[in-house]
Design a protein around this ligand. Structure first.
Ligand code: ATP
Ligand code: MG
Length: 565
């Protein structure tokens, strides 16, 4: 009976152009049926949702094709804080639900082999040591319309090059004195091929190799060789590396590489109203525009995790945006839609009032206390229920009352009848107002005891259903509401600094919330639906006397239309 259902769930994943290439490789036996990918982050910042796309692609493909995916840190650019970044990246990949098993690598593991391949290029006349300054190298490189000029050092003999290169390694020369360059073609229409730099001198400490190296290999040189050494079959990278592909191939064609992986480029993820670039995110963190790397407004994986995003929602999102060759901008609404779908399934429903005002039920006995059984989930009885105390004095949402109600107002207003969720129908009989401030200080009503449970047996209908908490039992809490981080869809585009477009209202702290008493046992990391208000995740800033909740997402899309899958 269950068979058709299972079949549906296990239907083949969508065939994007990369999976189509792999299908074809498997058909022709190009790699002997092997599929081996890698995710190669540079440990210079925290991962963001763009990286999630790459992680889901690389690890996802390995999973689907019964292959392997390595985690490799591209640590060719020594900098100080790499250890913190390495740890966070590992945590984020695991959190997304992927495993590199025992295949955790560092490009720095290959420094000696990379060096030996460089000597090979030198002895075969394919690389030379150049004494031009960085500035001259740039000037000699030419432009898109003009060919480059050959360096006067280009025709050094292999012997001289080898001697100089060995002395570079030994630390004889200061930073910037010399570089090792590939000898390719200064007139190539592809500027990347105009004798690119392979090694530069840097007298700096490296987080893994310490002081062992005084020269460091460039990314383009390191990346392809690392792929080949690891037996990678398909090296998936973002579109900006398209021009570098001929160099990737040139290096592997000119050294005795163990294999020659295929580089395939795909379009990066761009998300509206945020920035997906470590360099930009670092600025926001370092300059204090946000509270840290895991500020729930940031698109970092630790940020969205703290906000309440689940790995399931992110994987679903990556699935839906798919893989293509064309640059595109994805609407944040799609990301939020994926989260709502996931949390709708798993989040317990509870009641919290963000901006409370007292509702006094005049005809409800003063010392009476009822416990009403509230199911945690309308469609999932297995989630159970909890008793919610109901008393004469409740808190309801200030916004749910209107002194002079407009047409189609279905909530509280003088004379209006509404339903208190799972409790009773109440009719508003009056309100108290602070004569000075004009603020409503209490709302009065009467309940209909015949509507217990929130249903009327005489068929009388009310349109509004309000959430509430018992004033004597509710616990105070802080709630943090978030809006988009930027006011411009593409803040990084255009001549102005992207930070000019930071949204000053991206965080609203509501210190006054009152939550139902069952939440006393909630722990940081727990996610709930606060009825009518959205999904909220308990934050690590919580204290026993003041729980803090981050709104992960509102219940309805307040952004644009959701892009269809
Ligand atoms: P950033 O601009 O954030 O510094 P990066 O490309 O320099 O990004 P890396 O650490 O080198 O960051 O990225 C590791 C992998 O993740 C690379 O293969 C890169 O192509 C991929 N990646 C980075 N950003 C995105 C994105 N927005 N969409 C898809 N893939 C991405
Ligand atoms: Mg990079």
């Amino acid at each position: 009976m269950a068979a058709p259902d299972i079949e549906k769930k296990e239907s083949a994943p969508s065939r994007d152009f990369i999976r189509t290439i792999i299908d074809e490789d498997n058909r022709t036996g190009k790699w002997g049926g092997r599929v081996h990918t890698r995710f190669p982050p540079e440990p210079n910042g925290y991962l963001h949702i763009g990286h999630a796309k790459s992680i889901c692609l690389n690890f996802g493909i390995a999973k689907e094709f019964g292959g392997k995916c390595n985690l490799r840190f591209d640590d060719t650019n020594p900098s100080k804080e790499e250890v913190e970044y390495v740890d966070s990246i590992k945590e984020d990949v695991r959190w997304l639900g992927f495993s590199w098993d025992d295949r955790l690598f560092y490009a720095s593991d290959y420094f000696e082999k990379l060096y030996q391949f460089a000597e090979h290029l030198i002895t075969t006349g394919k690389a030379y040591v150049d004494d031009l300054s960085a500035e001259d190298i740039r000037a000699y490189r030419g432009t898109l319309t003009e060919p480059g000029k050959e360096s006067p050092y280009r025709n050094r003999t292999p012997e001289e090059n080898l001697d100089l290169f060995r002395r570079m390694r030994a630390g004889e020369f200061p930073d910037g004195a010399r570089v090792l360059r590939a000898k390719i073609d200064m007139a190539s229409p592809n500027i990347v091929l105009r004798d690119p730099t392979l090694y530069r001198i840097k007298h700096v400490h490296h987080h893994r190799t310490g002081e062992a190296w005084r020269i460091y290999p460039m990314y383009d040189y390191t990346h392809c060789i690392s792929d080949a050494l690891e037996g990678v079959t398909h090296s998936l990278c973002s579109l900006e590396f398209e021009n570098n592909r001929p160099l990737y191939d040139w290096v592997l064609d000119n050294i005795p590489a163990p294999c020659h992986p295929q580089q395939i480029e795909f379009a990066r993820l761009n998300l509206g109203y945020t920035v997906l670039s470590k360099r930009k995110l670092i600025q926001l963190v370092a300059e204090g525009h946000v509270s840290g790397w895991d500020d729930p407004r940031l698109p970092t994986l630790c940020g969205v995790r703290r906000r309440g995003y689940t790995p399931e929602a992110l994987r679903d999102f990556c699935d839906r945006i798919g893989i293509s060759k064309a640059d595109n901008l994805v609407d944040m609404a799609l990301l939020e839609h994926c989260l709502r779908e996931d949390l709708n399934r798993r989040a317990k429903r509870v009641m919290a009032v963000l901006r409370p005002v007292k509702l006094v039920i005049e005809n409800y006995p003063e010392n009476s206390l009822e416990h009403i059984d509230f199911p945690y989930h309308p469609e999932d009885p297995a989630m159970g229920a909890r008793p919610v105390p109901f008393t004469r004095e409740l808190f309801v949402e200030r916004d749910d009352f209107c002194e002079e109600a407009p047409k189609k107002w279905y909530r509280l207003a003088p004379g209006a009848e509404v339903r208190l969720r799972h409790a009773y129908y109440v009719t508003c009989t009056g309100f108290d107002k602070d004569p000075e401030t004009g603020e409503i200080t209490a709302i009065h009503c009467v309940h209909d005891p015949a509507t217990k449970g929130g249903w009327s047996s005489d068929g009388r209908k009310v349109r509004g259903t309000l959430h509430w908490v018992s004033a004597a039992h509710a616990l105070p809490a802080e709630v943090r509401l978030y809006d988009r981080l930027f006011t411009k869809e593409c803040p990084a585009e255009g001549p102005q600094d992207f930070k000019t477009f930071l949204n000053p209202n991206s965080l609203e702290i509501v210190p006054t919330a009152m939550i139902e008493p069952s939440l006393a046992s909630a722990k940081p990391g727990d996610v709930f639906q606060f009825e009518r208000l959205g999904y909220f995740r308990m934050d690590r800033d919580s204290t026993p006397s003041k729980p803090v909740f981050n709104r992960s997402v509102a219940l309805k899309d307040s952004w644009a239309k959701i892009a269809k899958k």
